[in-house]
Design a protein around this ligand. Structure first.
Ligand SMILES: NC(=O)c1ccc[n+]([C@@H]2O[C@H](COP(=O)([O-])OP(=O)(O)OC[C@H]3O[C@@H](n4cnc5c(N)ncnc54)[C@H](OP(=O)(O)O)[C@@H]3O)[C@@H](O)[C@H]2O)c1
Length: 194
């Protein structure tokens, strides 16, 4: 069975994979030293932008059924403070990493099998949250239904590239744009069917 975007079924309907990542204006997702402190707000205010309340943010996060992340993102998240709460989280690694939380399970191997056999039967709203290596693999395999790319108002000059150079041309369809008061802009795209 091929699990191209939009064709992965869960027991309750269609499972959707959303890739969410925050990039600098020049296309980096982490500084060269791995730091991501530039993700924090800068206090600048874009008057026409929106802001979301804590309640809205909490409701949004509650709707996410499962997170998927690469081992390097996992290790960094443990260092910085776990942002995924008790939501089930699958970490991709071929290493034997220490299990730190009940909600975390590890997986190694074929990503299509992961989605079709392990995730889609259990979850509908699946969020792939990086990093660059894992995101690229999911995109190469056509396993992403939606890209939510948030652009931070900063040039980093150097660092970890959002997407490397191995991707082939793919069209995506713009679905939504949200500009926030803090100057961040979120672009949502769905996979093109043509
Ligand atoms: N700005 C943002 O929104 C954002 C989002 C996420 C992450 N980040 C940053 O990005 C950096 C990490 O990204 P990264 O690209 O270096 O690494 P990554 O994608 O987080 O992790 C890559 C690792 O995932 C594992 N992996 C991938 N596919 C696998 C498979 N099919 N089976 C088993 N293991 C698999 C391998 O782990 P093993 O080597 O353990 O086998 C691989 O080395 C961190 O600095 C993080 O903070 C930024």
């Amino acid at each position: 069975m091929s699990a191209k975007a939009g064709r992965i079924m869960s027991s309750e309907g269609k499972a959707r994979v959303t890739l969410h990542v925050v990039s600098s204006l020049d296309g980096f997702i982490a500084r060269k030293d791995n730091s991501v402190s530039w993700l924090d707000g800068y206090g600048t205010v874009y008057e026409a932008g929106v802001s979301i309340s804590e309640e809205e943010a909490a409701a949004f996060v509650k709707a996410i059924d499962c997170y998927v992340l690469g081992s390097r993102t996992y290790e960094h998240a443990l260092e910085l403070g776990w942002p995924y709460g008790d939501t089930p989280t699958v970490v991709l690694t071929a290493r034997k990493l220490p299990s730190t939380r009940k909600s975390v399970e590890f997986y190694s191997g074929d990503l299509e099998t992961l989605l079709v056999e392990k995730l889609a039967p259990r979850y509908r709203n699946i969020w792939l949250v990086g990093g660059a290596i894992l995101s690229q693999r999911f995109l190469e395999l056509g396993l992403v239904d939606e890209i939510r790319l948030t652009i931070a108002p900063i040039l980093l000059g150097d660092g970890l590239r959002l997407f490397g150079s191995s991707l082939t041309e793919q069209r995506w369809v713009l679905k939504n744009v949200v500009a926030y008061k803090n100057g961040f802009v979120e672009l949502s795209y769905s996979a093109s069917t043509v």
